[in-house]
Design a binder for this molecule. Structure first.
Ligand code: GTP
Ligand code: MG
Length: 197
């Protein structure tokens, strides 16, 4: 259960992130995939994380304290080609340094738009996580945009592609921030991870 969610700090430097060693659950994925919207859906606070219909909204590491006990972290997106080279490499630096330098990162939720076939940028990102032993799960977003039949078929096909590289497959969740779908499952999973500490 999420009973409180408070914004704590935004920054571009992982060394300035909260140093109280509380467990963290971070959200990553391509720009515009719905990371910030999902955090707002989970916390039932539409104003908590800043969202936009245009990609490239979140540009910093954002810490939100949940139930005074753990953090949800909103990260910038990757793979938005229309940013300047300087911005792209700065965002890459922020994302990489955060992911590799947070021993208290319990789980990274990697968001994937359920309408898309597997994209190289995401598959490569998963390989990077695997090589660095970063625990992650997959969250399919925007499920309200597809019929049940198409959604099922897309996810099956996506997981078949992943199975060529991953055994076991990462845990997966199907969500819609507009409909609240997947909220209970994600929160339950976070709480399950917290009990393993
Ligand atoms: P960056 O911060 O730019 O990396 O993007 P983000 O991944 O945080 O995406 P954001 O949450 O800002 O959402 C991007 C757009 O997708 C917004 O217009 C949202 O309203 C929309 N969106 C996000 N989640 C959903 C969803 O589940 N369903 C629908 N229909 N739209 C969604
Ligand atoms: Mg965002």
């Amino acid at each position: 259960m999420i009973t409180s969610a408070k914004f704590v700090i935004s920054n571009s430097d992982v060394r300035k992130c909260p140093n109280d060693n509380r467990p963290e659950f971070a959200f990553i994925g391509r720009s515009n995939v719905g990371k910030s919207s999902l955090i707002n859906m989970l916390t039932r606070n539409g104003q908590l994380a800043k969202t936009s219909s245009k990609p490239g909204k979140t540009l910093l590491i954002n810490h939100f304290l949940i139930n005074s006990s753990y953090y949800i972290v909103d990260l910038p997106g990757y793979g938005f080609a229309r940013q300047s080279k300087g911005t792209i490499s700065e965002l890459q630096r922020i994302i990489t340094s955060y992911i590799l330098q947070r021993p208290n990162l319990y789980n990274l939720f990697l968001l994937i738009d359920c309408r898309l076939t597997p994209q190289n940028v995401d598959l490569q990102f998963m390989r990077f996580l695997g090589e660095n032993q970063v625990p992650f799960s997959i969250v399919f977003t925007k499920s309200d945009k597809l019929s049940t039949t198409t959604l099922d078929a897309n996810i099956k096909s996506y997981m078949n592609t992943l199975a060529e590289e991953w055994d076991p497959l990462p845990p997966t969740f199907i969500t819609s921030s507009t409909k609240g779908k997947g909220r209970d499952e994600l929160i339950e999973y976070i709480e399950h991870c917290l009990t393993l500490a």
